[in-house]
Design a protein around this ligand. Structure first.
Ligand SMILES: [Zn+2]
Ligand SMILES: [Zn+2]
Length: 200
């Protein structure tokens, strides 16, 4: 089997048709994502009305969240879009190693660098500050609105600069902390491991 597959279309009208197909697929994906977000909001509002978390609804929301993430991932890996430059009108090449399609430019220039770069967590906070942050977040975690608002509020309250917040939250995001409750769920064990701390 060939190591990589390039698909190049030279004919301008075929190019146009191809690009329109990609646009249609992108639109369908965005519509579905918006639908999911709407449904998640409804579930959240329902719980707000009840004034408490309802495990069944939380479960439903979690299933929706994973569907949303899968849709985004599948689309980003597809031939419709280059996941690096986000263009949808380029000739594409399949990268076997990262199992995704890239535009030829990015494949040749940016991808090799990306694969070489070893990711490292970045902590602009001290160990004590990280622990304080986690303690505070634990107290309010049930109010997660599937975003990072609670975390940002806590960090701002601790006088952490916006820039340091961004770096810190990017590390947490990399660890699967895509929203406040996911920070506790996914990132927390990894943060503790980074600081050689025992989980309580
Ligand atoms: Zn690209
Ligand atoms: Zn959450």
């Amino acid at each position: 089997m060939k190591k990589h597959r390039k698909i190049i279309i030279k004919n301008p009208s075929l190019k146009k048709i191809r690009n329109n197909f990609r646009k249609i697929i992108q639109k369908a994906k965005s519509d579905e994502i918006n639908n999911i977000i709407k449904k998640q909001r409804e579930l959240l509002n329902q719980m707000k009305k009840e004034g408490k978390l309802i495990p069944e609804l939380e479960e439903k929301s979690k299933i929706l969240e994973s569907r949303k993430q899968t849709l985004n991932r599948v689309f980003n890996e597809s031939i419709c879009i280059c996941p690096i430059c986000r263009e949808i009108d380029k000739d594409m090449v399949y990268a076997t190693r990262s199992k995704a399609w890239y535009c030829i430019d990015c494949y040749e220039t940016k991808l090799p660098k990306r694969l070489q770069e070893k990711w490292e967590p970045k902590y602009p906070l001290t160990k004590e500050q990280v622990l304080e942050f986690l303690d505070e977040l634990k107290k309010v975690i049930e109010q997660c609105q599937t975003n990072l608002d609670l975390s940002k509020e806590i960090l701002s309250g601790m006088d952490i600069s916006k820039n340091d917040q961004k770096i810190f939250l990017e590390t947490l995001y990399h660890y699967g902390g895509h929203c406040d409750c996911e920070i506790m769920l996914n990132a927390y064990p990894k943060i503790m491991a980074d600081f050689d701390l025992e989980m309580d």
